[in-house]
Structure formats: structure tokens, C-alpha cells
Design a protein around this ligand. Sequence first.
Ligand code: 9MR
Length: 619
Amino acid sequence: MSKFGLKQHISIAVAAFSLASSAFAATAYINQVGYRTTDPKEFTLFEGSGDVEIVDATGKSVLTVTPKAASEWKPSGQTVQLVDFSGLTVPGTYSIKQGGQVLRNDLKIADKPFEDVAKAALKWYYYQRASMPLEEQYAGQWARAAGHTNETVEFHKSAGTGTMTSSKGWYDAGDFGRYIVNSGITTYTLISLYEHFPDYFKTLKWNIPAEGNLPDLLAEIKWNLDWMLTMQAEDGMVYHKLTTLQFPGDIMPADDKAKLYVIGKGSAATLDFAGVMAAAYRVYKPFDEAYANKCLEAAKKAYAWGAANPNMIFNNPRDVGSGTYSDGKLDDEMMFARMELFISTGDESYKPTLNANETSIIPAWPEMYGLAVYGAASHPTEAGAEAATAKTMLTDIASEYAYIATKGFGVVMSSEDFVWGSNAVAGNQGVFLLHAYYVTGEQKYYEAAKKVLDYLLGKNPLDMSFVTGFGTKSPMLPHHRPSTADGVEPPVPGMLVGGPQPGGEDIGKDTWMCKDYRTGKTNATSYIDDRCSYATNEVAINWNAPLAYLAGALEALNAGYAPSFAADGVAKGGTSALRPFSSRTPVSTSKAVRLRFADQKVFIEKDGKRFDLKGIRIK
Ligand code: 9MR
């Protein structure tokens, strides 16, 4: 018989239980880079119970929040709660506590949380430049010799005979190939970032050698446009790619001495090229009219060839093992080319008609329809009735997305979205949501787009930022040949890795392949930070583009810049803070008095308290 009475038994049991439960702390998944003072803010809580406390650097509790109702997120199989801590508006670093336990201490609030991410994501294109050395004054410890400097390249028999000249451009990914199709979506996304926020990008700089008087963003894009222009044949057709016959080993660009070939012809490359060059015409015109005209003429010639040869599908020749970017469905490339040419020329012969029932409109390298939707929505004067159709197409999908993003991990991603380059699927969903925001001014779209960045920067079940050099934990061994071969420990910064997906294409017995990293994992956690993993840990120009777009656009909007075509209400500070767009007021800081808008009401906020316009405290 125990020497303790019943009451003591119970209290010992309770103490033991709370000890046991405290050993299993909840997990808080956060955007590790930071949250904007004025933005709505949310993190994801797994296996939590009770309220959450936010504690400042002095140990003072500054906010207590009750997590939202739990819901399951299928891609990771976790049942999680979203925690809204928008009430935290003072810059600083905080801890998250629950049940007396510190869950993490790296929660950051800042005025411009994504500016450095935007600059680094854009600067990465400089690090990918072919045919020029990266000098230390720009590249720091990642300085390297020029690669692929011989301008004379040979035609593969799939493209012709003899030689031609071609140089410049961006290396596609972890490999050193240059591919027109993938340059299509990438270059267009970056051009549209400039076209939507020209005044913001006229001054934003990230230390690159920029040509002439061009803003950094346009200078960087031109490096690739110059290369693309070399890939057009006399008759207007555009070659598919410029690569070696096989992928190189883990070497620096300058050591890749294998012969370069111009490989393949096709409608996808030609029509993508046409759309990109037509868009380029508009943004370069104010700086260099001759160059702009050259782009437009190239676009017209490419389109003429594409219209006459709309179904020429590229497949890798038998002796070629470099990337394929082979696309068997080409009506979307045609729609993209027509839309951009129509916007730039007003010529009725290009006039496209959007199909409002088209559902494959989230852009991806083989899915260009969505870019035509963006083009129409963002050029209402030029696109006329197509702009209205585009707006409906955007809001139909975006309203569903905005709802989905209120559950689970707070992102749109579903189990099926975890394909090769899943992080870019997320990124493009975010860019899509921003376009819906521009044309409606509805805050829910801004918020859902912003939450995509939260996901990419750490609010995900792997508890890591997917961007090299950013966040508490980020990829260290990306599948990126220069980062592997340069002898520098940190990888080149600003790269978004492809991300989790269960395909396992890189798993195998060869020494250079990965061991199975999927055991016990789900779609959203099938990932390994190892250079072997080209299926989850590679980087690519088309993946960085939506990251750069999202981070850049969110900073531009919050600096007070709205796209010229945007609906009333856009860029009045993103979401909660109403700031007059025209006055370009800087983003307010810690102790500021803010005019805010929520639940259809305008109110004043000071020190976290709310007052009506007469100064009377409200709840
Ligand atoms: O991003 C491409 C992905 O959608 C394909 O499933 C995959 C396999 O064909 O190829 C990816 O693109 C790669 C390209 O072929 C070569 N450079 C690296 C790219 C990223 O892995």
C-alpha cells in the first residue's frame, strides 16, 4: 500500500503528466526572414495546445494569441493551426512561447523584410551569366572566370550544318545549358516585374555591372535577351537550345570545355521568343529605341514563322542528353505570342481571343496561357475586351486560392502541386494572386500572395527557408555546379531550390545518385539538401523568377508604387495600413500612429490600441 493518500497520488500524476507533455513541445513554422510591420502575419503551429505568447528581446510578453481551429494539410499529413499575430507591429526579434516553453527565438519584424531577398534573387541572374568573368567587386567570394567564351558554336544536325555565333545569356540551372523555352517564362516574368513597377526599379540597385544608363533589372534582363537574339535563324525560326551533348560533371563554367551545339528547332521556342521580344520592346523603348525596335522586329519574324509552323514539337535527338524542355501542347505559346504582339503593336492581325474556360492558367515553362492572361489584364487600354475576360479568369481561380490559403499551412499548394520544381509552383500561384490583387484591389489576394513567400521562407513542414543565404536554416548543398566546385562553403546566395516532390528521379545505385530520401516522408517533405538531388535541390532561372517577382512586387507595393493599370486601393500600403499612394510616404516604423482599415472600418492604431476617428478607444 502506498504511503501517499489519494489526493497526493492525483497531484503526482498531474505533475508527471505536465512534465511529460512539456517534453513534447509544439513546433512553430515561421517565415524565417521576417514579417512586415504593417502586414498581416501568421505562423503555423503543430501539436500545440492553448494560447501562444510572443515575447520581446527583454523577456516581456507583448502579445497573446489564441490559435485558429486545427485543420489537416494533406501534402504533409499534419493537422496544424494557423496563428495570426498581426498585432505585432514593432520591428525586432521575438520569441514564441507556449505553455511556458520557448518554441523558437528567431521571429523577426521589419519594415522592408523582402528587399534583400528581392535583390539577391535578381542578383543571382548575374551569377548565372555565361561568357563573362564575375569580378570580385561584384561577386565577392563567388568571383569566377568566364565560361563558354568561344562565340563560334556548331550546329547539331537537328538544327543545321556548319557554325554560327552565339554568346551571353544565363546558364539555365545547376547545369550550363541555355534553353530558349525556359528563357521564355523567365525573361517575361522579369520584364513584367519591371513593367509593373518601373519607378521602383529605376532606383533599386544590387551591385552588378549594368550596361549604359539601364536600371539594374533591365541591364540584367538584356544579358539574356542579347543571347536569345543570337538564336534566331534568318527565316524567323528560333533554335531550341545551346548546350553540350551531355551534362558536364561538377566543374566550374570555365572548365566546361566540351563542344557547344545549337540543337533543335521548334514552335515552342519560336513562339516563346516572339512573346518575350514583343514585351521587351515596350520596356527598352524609353532607354534605347534602336534596341527596342530590334526586339520587335525579331518578335514579328518569329511569330510569322510560328504561325506558319504551329506544331513543330521538339524532342531530344538520340545523341543528346541535356535538358529537354519538350512541350507537346503549343496553343498556349501561340496565345502568349499573339497577346504580346497585339499589346505592343495594336495590329489586328495578332488579336487573340482568350478562352474564359481555359483552366491551365497558372504559368509554368510549358504553360504560357496564364502569361497571356496577365498581359491582357495588365494592358486594359491595348487589350480591350480581353482585359475584362482576363480579370474574370484571374478572380475565378484566385478567390478559391485565397480561401484555400486560410487553412492548413496557409498556402495554396495541394498534394498534386508537389512536382519537380514545386517551389516554383507555389511561387507562380503567388504571382497569380498578385495579378488578381492588382485588378481588384481586394486585400485577400495580397494576403494569400504574401503567404506564399512565408511558405518559401520557412513556414513549411521542412522548417527551412528554400532560398540560399536567407533564413535560420537554408539549403547548403544545392545541385548547382559552381556552388559545388568553387571551394567556397556557402552556396551562391539568392537561389530558390526546386523543393520537395516524391518523384525520386535522382534516386539510384550509381555513386553520383541519391539514396532514397523519401522513406517515411510525404509529398511536402520528400526533399534532401544534398548536391545529388537534382529532382529536389537544383536551382533554375524559371524558379527564381516568381520568387524575385513576389519579393520585388511586395516591396514595391509597400513603398507606395502601384502598377499603372491597378484598381483603386492597390498599393495603399499592401493590406492593413492605409497610406496615400501618391504621397509616397515611407513605411511607418515602430511607435507610429497608423490609420488602418479592417472589417470594413477605418480606425487609428497607436501602441497596439485602436481608436475611432474621434479618438475614442474601440475594441
Ligand atoms: O524544370 C524541369 C522539370 O519541369 C522537368 O520535369 C525536368 C525533367 O525533364 O526538367 C526540369 O528542367 C531541368 C532542365 O531540363 C535542365 N536544366 C535543369 C532544369 C531543372 O532541373
